[in-house]
Design a protein around this ligand. Structure first.
Ligand SMILES: [Zn+2]
Length: 490
């Protein structure tokens, strides 16, 4: 029997506020353990939460960017459970009245071939059930400290940090669709400036729900939740593993148990963590220490106005404006800085295709080697554009341009300065090129004789010799013309 996977994602994104959701403690990552804490986030008796206005603004922008309807009134609720790193004994979350609902995003997704290439990329719509705000729990540390074989440490710096949880509809039918959606979501949050998208530091976390059903069936199968997917690669590998595992169980006539599983990257498998809890296990009730969150329509309109150009529309605009294929534009728009860099370079060079090639090729390579992001690229887009113009005008060849680019990376000079200092400008002067050609013809009588006897492909040999003699700086068109002329003069 053939099965169809049904996948939904729950993404937790840490909002980039400077203070926590309900107190003034810093959200700084990497501070000394338990230093960013106070009676509120430690859950001491009598301490009262006060909502962070900036966190609400960021959550609202995220909800708007994901096409959600914003509820004018939303309610904070207590989600009760015990964890050593959750001193309050509950998380303040939102339950039956979340901040945003019924969103929808359009994502370019495709099919992954066995070699990992993405083909048939086209835009697909994925639904978003809800976006709500909540405070984060702390962190239990099981390794890297003394006696961690018998002890667990707790760091409460993260306790109370603002999060949005974004729950998708079960709309993904392959691990690739889930991967592309998460990429799009991360990009959107980065463009909004509301999350740094760093999966290693835990500011973007992803859990997945996976079930299988016979192809063509309507009814959903039993779902399994997978946690611990802290990279894009883990997400994809864990989903592929789980889809295969469930297909095997079902094919053998077995049943899937509703449970939570963890992805283990080193063993490349998922394993059972606990049986899946239901919403009623958490005993949600409205948070008595916080008023309902009421959002003023004028303020909401202001938030809408402050939204930047979002990845979706920017991708479409750039494909059209610069006539580039979708895969290139997806790469170039990975971050706002990289899209801005490309657009400035494309405009100043008047050559978008070449700008894209340099940015995705030589520049990306140089940045990677230097351990830098495009945000701190030492070569301003105007300089790369100037380099492209000198190639297009015939002042230097594409090959010489590579040398100039390497020098630009090394010395941070403008291309014109490098070309002048190193004497790399293309030689188009017929007199000096003519003299070089005469010498070469005189030095190679055998090849000259071959040419005259009709072996015209020897022309290539002569062109090569001239380029070698001029260290690649001769204008190839002029060399060709001159050679033709001199050889026919015989
Ligand atoms: Zn605090």
């Amino acid at each position: 029997m053939e099965f169809e996977p049904v996948i939904g994602l729950e993404v937790h994104a840490q909002l980039l506020t400077r203070s926590k959701l309900f107190c003034g403690c810093s959200t700084q990552f990497g501070s000394p353990s338990n230093s960013n804490t106070c009676p509120v986030c430690l859950g001491l008796p009598g301490a009262l939460p006060v909502l962070n206005r900036e966190a609400v603004a960021m959550a609202v922008k995220a909800a708007m960017a994901l096409g959600c309807r914003i509820n004018p009134v939303s309610i904070f609720a207590r989600k009760n459970y015990f964890y050593p790193d959750l001193p309050k004994g509950y998380q303040i979350s939102q339950f039956d009245r979340p901040l945003g609902e019924s969103g929808r995003v359009l994502v370019f997704s495709g099919d992954r071939t066995d070699s990992g290439k993405i083909v048939n990329r086209k835009e697909k719509a994925f639904g978003i059930t809800r976006l709500h705000m909540e405070d984060d729990a702390g962190k239990s540390i099981h390794e890297g400290l003394p006696e961690t074989d018998t002890k667990t440490y707790v760091n409460l710096n993260r306790t109370g940090v603002p999060l949005v949880e974004i729950v998708s509809e079960p709309d993904f039918r392959s691990s690739q669709e889930a991967y592309d959606y998460l990429t799009h979501l991360r990009k959107t949050l980065l463009y909004l400036g509301v999350c740094d998208g760093n999966m290693e530091e835990g500011s973007l976390r992803c859990d997945a729900n996976v079930s299988l059903r016979p192809k063509g069936a309507e009814k959903l199968g039993t779902k399994v939740e997978i946690k611990n997917l802290n990279s894009f690669r883990f997400l994809q590998r864990a989903l592929d593993y789980e889809i295969e595992r469930q297909a095997r169980v079902l094919s053998e006539g077995g049943q899937i148990t509703q449970e939570t599983r963890l992805w283990n990257e080193s063993e490349s498998c998922t394993f059972v963590m606990r049986s899946k809890e239901e919403a009623h296990d958490y005993r949600y009730f409205p948070e008595p220490d916080l008023l309902p969150l009421k959002l003023d329509s004028t303020w909401l309109a202001q938030m809408q106005k402050e939204l930047p150009e979002l990845p979706g529309s920017r991708i479409h605009r750039m494909m059209e404006e610069y006539d580039l294929p979708v895969d290139d534009v997806l790469l170039l728009t990975a971050t706002r800085s990289s899209a801005d860099y490309f657009e400035e370079c494309a405009k100043k060079s008047a050559n978008p295709r070449s700008s894209a090639n340099w940015i995705m090729g030589d520049l990306a390579y140089a940045l990677k080697n230097a351990g830098k992001d495009i945000e701190d690229c030492p070569i301003p887009p105007a300089n790369l554009a100037a380099l492209i113009r000198t190639i297009d005008s015939g002042e230097i060849s594409g090959k010489i341009a590579k040398t100039v680019f390497e020098e630009m990376c090394r010395t941070l000079e403008e291309p014109a300065a490098v070309i002048k200092r190193m004497g790399l400008a293309q030689v188009s002067d017929e007199t000096s090129l003519g003299a070089v050609i005469d010498n070469i013809l005189a030095a190679n009588p055998k090849q000259l004789a071959e040419f005259r006897s009709g072996k015209t492909r020897v022309l290539g040999f002569f062109v090569g010799q001239v380029m070698k003699e001029t260290k690649g700086q001769a204008n190839p068109q002029i060399v060709n013309d001159l050679l033709q002329k001199k050889l026919s003069e015989g």
